[in-house]
Design a binder for this molecule. Structure first.
Ligand SMILES: *[C@@H]1O[C@H](CO)[C@@H](O)[C@H](O)[C@H]1NC(C)=O
Ligand SMILES: *[C@@H]1O[C@H](CO)[C@@H](O)[C@H](O)[C@H]1NC(C)=O
Ligand SMILES: *[C@@H]1O[C@H](CO)[C@@H](O)[C@H](O)[C@H]1NC(C)=O
Ligand SMILES: *[C@@H]1O[C@H](CO)[C@@H](O)[C@H](O)[C@H]1NC(C)=O
Ligand SMILES: *[C@@H]1O[C@H](CO)[C@@H](O)[C@H](O)[C@H]1NC(C)=O
Ligand SMILES: *[C@@H]1O[C@H](CO)[C@@H](O)[C@H](O)[C@H]1NC(C)=O
Ligand SMILES: *[C@@H]1O[C@H](CO)[C@@H](O)[C@H](O)[C@H]1NC(C)=O
Ligand SMILES: *[C@@H]1O[C@H](CO)[C@@H](O)[C@H](O)[C@H]1NC(C)=O
Ligand SMILES: *[C@@H]1O[C@H](CO)[C@@H](O)[C@H](O)[C@H]1NC(C)=O
Ligand SMILES: *[C@@H]1O[C@H](CO)[C@@H](O)[C@H](O)[C@H]1NC(C)=O
Length: 477
């Protein structure tokens, strides 16, 4: 009998008993989360308790700094205890110090629906927490290294707090991150996360970030969705070689999802990577291109269709020799700012500039052409200088446009001096023409007088009478 009982015990009861503590797998799936009903009853002195059905899981509720320490003690939650899943609800703490040794045994750590200003300290090395849920606490700040030692982390829920940055966490391996409902979250911080392909977002559609301090291109604070931020990230990743592609502004059109106007900046490239032509094609909706400090020789790519939205072109310190390619481009109609300082321009086609309409707008169009050394002649003085003087407010560096052949600024060119040679020559032509006309009139008068004298008096006056007879004279007679 005893024998049979032993067998039955060994086969059925003992395994069942030994399974009991391990039976907790039903209590936590990926994370551990308990509702308020699981809390210790309101009258209970100990604010923590182990769950009746899950020996390795415990819940603490409505605690402050002191009752939490007490509760961990009376609830048997310690660094050498059994508990590996802990949910602390409604904790009111100024700081949560996660250097505490108790957390070392936890695999699931959930502290939610409370008021915690700051998280300080750092998890000890080899802490095995795989799901950390710190949602709904109004947390404003983490200490920089708080979470870096959580090498087993696979789920991090920081939703519904007041964070401005995503705290640093392990650099490698897949992590699901929930940072939804953090109204002050900065896009710069989220953007850094996007460059890590193994990070996925939970509640992506309700995750937004504030662009205000991140991108100077917003006047007001705008909230960007993750999907928009991903577009941005793509844009930056697929930029030309050493250039940077960034959003310039967000274009909102009612009833459509916002689109980015793009800014491409190639001005910072190193010596050996200098561009020799304008980049094509530009990313969609590029409005600003800065290619200063390169080795560009021509603007001919401006007629490329991808340049159709361009309104700001900064191409200072290049080798551009002509503004002729601007003719007929969309840029010439749209532009707000064109800067071609310190290039290789020798001649300015003034008619191109004269065609520009300078409307009175909030941000007036302007052109910079300073530090170019023009070949100055009468035409420069008669046309370009005149245009320049009428457009001084649109050409802020007019005073720096100089001549290469004369030691003079274009605005100070002396028209009478430069055009002197030309004027003498034209005057001379007039004199000749006048003399010729007078001579012709005199000749006709004399011939008519000779004819009249011949008809009335019958002789030819001098000098016609002294002229030798020519063969054709015989014909006349
Ligand atoms: C949270 O805990 C405090 C005591 O620490 C209590 O006064 C308050 O009512 C609790 N809030 C909720 C929503 O249970
Ligand atoms: C704590 O553990 C002791 C034995 O180690 C046990 O008697 C006590 O009931 C436990 N307390 C709780 C709250 O589970
Ligand atoms: C956190 O707790 C640890 C040990 O309990 C202590 O050494 C450390 O100074 C505390 N950190 C802060 C910021 O209070
Ligand atoms: C984390 O806690 C919040 C607040 O209690 C809850 O809504 C959310 O579902 C929890 N997250 C997970 C992954 O359990
Ligand atoms: C934590 O991760 C290590 C390897 O990174 C692994 O060996 C260990 O089993 C993990 N621990 C738990 C509790 O998942
Ligand atoms: C969030 O933090 C800011 C200061 O950083 C504070 O002004 C604001 O009241 C906080 N919001 C909440 C809901 O705690
Ligand atoms: C998030 O939004 C996208 C489109 O805006 C939609 O296709 C997707 O189903 C949404 N996902 C969730 C989880 O609601
Ligand atoms: C937004 O722009 C307008 C005009 O450009 C300026 O007056 C205002 O101060 C700006 N607001 C902010 C918050 O920068
Ligand atoms: C382009 O980048 C350089 C430095 O990287 C910066 O000085 C310049 O202002 C930027 N251009 C524009 C138009 O923002
Ligand atoms: C610019 O291009 C010219 C030839 O077009 C070359 O001689 C010069 O070295 C280049 N300068 C730089 C800085 O690359």
């Amino acid at each position: 009998m005893l024998y049979i009982y032993t067998i039955v015990y060994c086969l059925l009861i003992a395994p069942a008993l030994s399974l009991l503590p391990d039976d907790d797998s039903s209590c936590y799936h990926r994370c551990f989360h308990q509702h308020a009903e699981a809390c210790p009853p309101p009258g209970s002195l100990c604010r923590c308790r182990q769950l009746p059905n899950c020996k390795r899981a415990a819940v603490c509720c409505d605690v402050n700094k002191f009752t939490l320490t007490e509760g961990l003690g009376c609830g048997n939650i310690s660094s050498d205890g059994l508990v590996e899943a802990l949910h602390i609800r409604n904790a009111t703490l100024d700081v949560l110090n996660i250097t505490h040794p108790v957390w070392r045994r936890l695999r699931f750590m959930t502290i939610t629906d409370g008021q915690i200003k700051q998280v300080v300290g750092e998890f000890a090395k080899h802490t095995i927490v795989s799901c950390l849920n710190l949602s709904s606490n109004g947390i404003q700040k983490f200490e920089p290294r708080s979470l870096v030692n959580l090498f087993n982390l696979s789920y991090l829920d920081l939703s519904n707090n007041n964070l401005t940055d995503v705290p640093r966490f392990k650099m490698e391996g897949a992590v699901t991150l929930d940072i939804s409902q953090n109204p002050s979250m900065l896009c710069s911080s989220v953007k850094d996360i996007l460059s890590r392909p193994e990070i996925s977002f939970n509640n992506e559609n309700s995750t937004t970030c504030s662009s205000a301090k991140t991108f100077q291109w917003f006047n007001s604070t705008e909230f960007l969705a993750i999907s928009q931020l991903k577009l941005l990230h793509e844009l930056e990743k697929n930029c030309f070689g050493k250039c940077t592609c960034e959003p310039y502004r967000l274009d909102m059109v009612m009833g459509k999802s916002p689109t980015f106007a793009v800014e491409v900046n190639c001005s910072g490239v190193k010596f050996e990577n200098k561009l020799t032509s304008l980049p094509t094609p530009l990313p969609p909706r590029t409005v600003l291109l800065d290619i200063s400090n390169n080795n560009i020789t021509s603007l001919k790519e401006l007629s490329d269709p991808s340049y159709q939205y361009l309104t700001y072109l900064y191409a200072d310190n290049n080798q551009i020799s002509s503004i002729q390619p601007l003719e007929g481009t969309a840029f010439m109609n749209n532009f707000e700012s064109l800067s071609l300082r310190n290039n290789n321009i020798k001649t300015i086609e003034t008619y191109l500039l004269s065609n520009i309409k300078f409307y009175r707008t909030a941000e007036p169009r302007h052109i910079k052409l300073g530090l170019n050394k023009l070949h100055c002649d009468c035409q420069t003085a008669m046309e370009f200088k005149v245009w320049l003087l009428t457009k001084i407010h649109r050409v802020p560096d007019y005073n720096e446009i100089v001549c290469e052949n004369i030691n003079a600024k274009v605005v100070e060119l002396d028209q009478t001096k430069l055009c002197q040679g030309d004027q003498d020559w034209t005057d001379y032509i007039y004199y000749i023409i006048t003399a010729e006309v007078l001579l012709l009139v005199g000749l006709i008068a004399k011939v008519s007088y000779d004819y009249w004298v011949f008809k009335t008096a019958g002789y030819l006056p001098w000098p016609a009478s002294k002229m030798p007879k020519l063969p054709c004279d015989w014909l006349c007679e």
